[in-house]
Design a protein around this ligand. Structure first.
Ligand code: ATP
Ligand code: MG
Length: 425
């Protein structure tokens, strides 16, 4: 894509009303737009990153048997009344769901989705009746609306956000557990593909009414809102919420091997037992004709929060440093004044391979120094510069954003070189 066509502009200074690094950098670089506190739009660059994150998650969810659907944002109160969660209200999760509700013009109330256990369980009542219909693993990418009391971490805690939420429907506790563990592994693969794997740990957290624990996926980061106790060797952690002697003993952890660290909850998986299947009447007949409630689990990942976490972790004083797997483009091509037609040629040749995604800074009126500063801020993994000097050697200069390492590559070898660098993962 030509940068002259990109409607977003970069900003030299950070917005004053943002404290978090992720929002400051993403706004300055033109990835997101703040609508109001805790509500952000994704601009073309930001949406490309979101799509990449979605692709990674979708691949891993499909690989463990997930089926994608999309449920509605407007929620039917009648269904929620059956589980008792319509009346629970409050931004504090201990008191209940952080509902946004609205009114119908014709009278009566509607809910605006903050989670989808009730909705999906109700849908499955029409499709599941026999043991032959199970298990079912269904997921969506969908906007959630939560009336959060405080929003202070940029796009990591917002009132509207895209969540990947998967729900599992199993016949037995054993079948449920098998999938739960499979999904936990898939989550670790996802976070590692997003470039935060070495800092993300499965973390025991409070399980609510249905089981002793749930599992969070916590990414070590000073900007995190959570405190966890991490055993690096065992690669597991315990959330401060449930940290006590009994729990440590249960998990075979020793106090003196644990580090107390700040972390961001990027994902959360939860046993739900039969709470919603009982409430909404989701049952099946087993091999002997006996009627049983379906056993459920839920599995969430916040896309904005994951994106924000990547920025918190992969950035330097000049800007963002995207991991290649989710970068908005692979290559940032920059032509210097005087070699415009040669740069056009490089752009055409490189674009011939559709799988190499290029942002081409063809802006005429912008100085080279400014283009370089923008490239560092936007954070595309490879910067390719065409100049009179490089052309003398029929080459271009390729700079890796992460290491700053510079190489000269012959123009005729550039497509193969770039492809090999950008398609390892
Ligand atoms: P938290 O404890 O951070 O408030 P939660 O436990 O209420 O989150 P879940 O319902 O478990 O959140 O949601 C699953 C995932 O959705 C979380 O792990 C997180 O990645 C994301 N998420 C939750 N709340 C928000 C929010 N307000 N803004 C952005 N992402 C969120
Ligand atoms: Mg959670």
């Amino acid at each position: 894509m030509r940068q002259s066509q990109l409607f977003t502009k970069t900003q030299k200074t950070s917005p004053k009303d943002e404290e978090s690094k992720n929002a400051q950098l993403l706004i300055r670089a033109g990835f997101i737009h703040k609508e109001m506190a805790g509500v952000y739009s994704y601009l073309p660059l930001g949406w490309r990153v979101m799509e990449n994150i979605m692709r990674v998650i979708r691949e891993e969810m499909n690989a463990i048997g997930g089926q994608e659907l999309v449920m509605t944002t407007l929620q039917n109160p009648e269904i929620w009344k059956r589980s008792g969660r319509w009346i629970e209200e409050g931004a504090d999760s201990k008191r209940g769901l952080p509902w946004f509700k609205t009114k119908l013009a014709s009278g009566g109330e509607l809910g605006i989705a903050n989670t989808h256990e009730e909705a999906l369980t109700n849908i499955l009542c029409q499709h599941v009746s026999s043991y032959k219909d199970l298990p079912v693993y269904a997921y969506q990418f969908q906007n959630k609306f939560r009336n959060e009391l405080r929003v202070k971490s940029g796009i990591m805690r917002t009132r509207e956000f895209v969540m990947k939420d998967l729900y599992s429907f199993s016949r037995t506790e054993e079948e449920f557990r098998m999938f739960y563990e499979k999904c936990a592994k898939a989550y670790l693969r996802i976070f590692s593909r997003l470039g935060i794997g070495d800092k993300t740990f499965r973390t025991f957290a409070s399980g609510g009414a249905f089981s002793k624990f749930s599992d969070e996926f916590q990414t070590l980061c000073e900007a995190g809102e959570d405190t966890i106790y991490l055993d690096r060797e065992k690669q597991i952690a315990v959330n401060e919420e449930v940290y006590n002697d009994d729990v440590l003993e249960d998990l075979g952890l020793k106090k003196d091997t644990l580090e107390k660290v700040k972390a961001i909850e990027v994902g959360n998986i939860f046993p739900l037992g039969t709470k919603y299947s009982y409430a909404l009447g989701l049952k099946y007949r087993d091999e002997h004709g006996e009627e049983k409630p379906v056993i459920m689990g839920c599995y969430g990942i916040g896309l904005g929060r994951s994106l924000g976490t990547v920025v918190e972790i992969h950035a330097d004083e000049k800007g963002i440093v995207w991991p290649i797997s989710i970068a908005p483009f692979h290559v940032h091509l920059i032509g210097l004044p005087g070699v415009e037609s040669e740069t056009e040629k490089v752009y055409k040749e490189l674009s011939a391979n559709r799988r190499i995604e290029i942002l081409y800074d063809d802006r005429m009126e912008i100085r080279a120094g400014e283009k370089f500063a923008d490239a560092d801020l936007i954070g595309i993994p490879y910067r390719v510069v065409v100049s009179a000097k490089t052309l003398e050697q029929e080459s271009v200069e390729v700079k890796e954003r992460k290491s700053g390492k510079i190489e000269f590559v012959k123009i005729d070898q550039l497509p193969a070189f770039t492809y090999s660098k950008t398609h390892l993962v």
